[in-house]
Design a protein around this ligand. Structure first.
Ligand SMILES: [Cu+2]
Length: 394
């Protein structure tokens, strides 16, 4: 009897051991080791390159359900681009875009960041990713000047939508000049499916005329003049040409200190979501906007005129259930939110910072839904009164 008991125990223990071996070898297959000259890192064995997209585009949703080592390449640059009409500004950028690339990973992934410097002024740059746990969000180990290259590895521990930005001193100048973007860390089982996803970031631009010591009128003075003369186009923000040599605006640190931006913009410039940049959708679409606020100073009161947010993942929290039935949501400087809405009626909807004077500074853009009317939800026996060319109801 006793020997039978021992035999059963032995079989049980051997079985347990074998099961453990199978599980351990399976886990080992999924783990990889990264050996550098200084450290050894345990990271997922599966390696892939991230698909990076630029605003307003978002990389495709995650389909894998296990962690990976995800490689991204970031280059710090300077680039002169249009900021409003013909007015130019020398931006500081990641990968020649403002905002920088949208990075999409999954919780449990290890992010392998390659950062290269190409700023020909010799200015150092780095990356502080709010999705990173550890000093400076990675900034101290990613600082480069022109010609330098750095690599660092960060485990994505917590799902959410996060801002990243350059944090080289003076950090406020680097953010104000365009070095920011969003990183989405998806929950283990991904996000619910929607029809359209877009990437929008708000920021302020603290600029002044290069020759402002001369007699160049301020933006406000120009608009008041235009208003008085009945020149609506100019009042609504078309730049008044003042000569080729004055086309370049320059950064004003003092205006940043005073929190007095010349522009408050979506996706880096005035009008990025207008004309050919209008976001597109169809009637019936469920739309998700990944919305970030780079600041550097202002809090955004983000609202889409004509919609109610069905879901708001407040402050980019993808762990707790979203809020429902929200009209306007606060997005702090250096923060983000994920909003979803259902476009049930055709027409043009307007993204704004509902601190509404900022619309005149550029904080406006459109999403257009095409499709059949839905009279049960929105109808009138009157023709709509629109205001062609205006910033709110075109
Ligand atoms: Cu920088």
């Amino acid at each position: 009897m006793r020997s039978k008991y021992y035999l059963l125990s032995l079989i049980f223990l051997v079985g347990l051991g074998l099961t453990w071996l199978v599980i351990a070898s399976h886990a080992a297959n999924r783990k990889g080791l990264i050996k550098t000259s200084k450290v050894v890192i345990h990271a997922p064995k599966l390696k892939e390159k991230a698909i990076l997209t630029y605003a307003p585009n978002v990389p495709p949703p995650m389909t894998r359900r296990h962690p990976a080592l995800v490689e991204i390449h970031m280059i710090s640059t300077r680039k002169v681009m249009k900021v409003k009409g013909e007015k130019e500004y020398e931006y500081w950028t990641f990968n020649d875009h403002v905002p920088g690339p949208f990075i999409r990973v999954r919780v449990g992934d290890t992010l392998e960041v390659h950062h290269n410097g190409s700023d020909n002024m010799g200015m150092p740059h780095n990356i502080d990713l709010h999705a990173v746990t550890g000093p400076g969000g990675g900034a101290p180990v990613l600082t480069v000047v022109k010609g330098e290259s750095r690599v660092a590895w960060f485990k994505m521990t917590t799902p959410g939508l996060y801002v990243y930005h350059c944090a080289a001193p003076p950090v406020m100048d680097h953010i104000a000049n365009g070095m920011y973007g969003l990183i989405l860390v998806e929950p283990a089982n991904g996000l619910p499916k929607v029809d359209k996803e877009y990437y929008v970031m708000q920021s302020e631009i603290y600029a002044k005329e290069a020759n402002s010591a001369a007699v160049a009128p301020t933006e406000h003075e120009k608009q008041m003049q235009a208003a008085k003369s009945g020149d609506k186009d100019n009042f609504w923000g078309e730049e008044v040409a003042t000569g080729k040599e004055s086309n370049r605006l320059v950064f004003s640190h003092q205006d940043g200190l005073d929190e007095h931006p010349m522009f408050v913009v979506f996706n880096g410039r005035v009008g990025s979501l207008m004309n050919e940049g209008v976001l597109k959708a169809k009637v019936g679409d469920r739309v998700r906007i990944f919305f970030g606020n780079a600041g550097p100073n202002l809090i955004s009161s983000f609202h889409v005129i004509g919609t109610i947010f069905n879901k708001v993942y407040r402050e980019g929290d993808l762990i707790d259930p979203p809020a429902h039935g929200i009209q306007t949501t606060l997005v702090p400087a250096g923060g983000a939110t994920v909003v979803e809405f259902h476009l049930q009626v055709p027409g043009t909807y307007t993204l704004v910072d509902h601190a509404i004077f900022r619309v005149e500074k550029g904080a406006t853009g459109f999403i257009k839904a095409e499709g059949k009317p839905n009279y049960d939800i929105y109808s009138s026996d009157q023709d709509p009164v629109l205001c062609p060319g205006c910033l709110i109801h075109p």
